[in-house]
Design a binder for this molecule. Structure first.
Ligand SMILES: [Zn+2]
Length: 77
């Protein structure tokens, strides 16, 4: 696939997050298949990242609970 040179990764990410306010560049995504594909890729990546952060947060909480259990067990023995 031909890579579009003048739209850089920051612009792609802004567009993927829906934060791009430059109408001229936004128009570009309507006809540039290369950039459109990059936005879709970036969006997938952002979703994965968000899910990863959520999992990490949950894992931390689970570990904190597990640590509490361990200390209780040590107190009992
Ligand atoms: Zn492009």
């Amino acid at each position: 696939m031909e890579v579009c040179k003048w739209v850089d990764e920051d612009i792609i990410e802004l567009q993927a997050m829906g934060n791009l306010e430059d109408g001229f560049i936004r128009e570009h995504f309507d006809y540039c298949k290369s950039c459109e594909a990059r936005v879709l890729e970036s969006r997938k990546w952002i979703e994965k990242l968000k899910r990863g952060l959520r999992d990490l947060q949950e894992a931390k909480e689970i570990r904190r609970d597990a640590n509490d259990d361990d200390s209780n067990r040590q107190d009992e023995s």
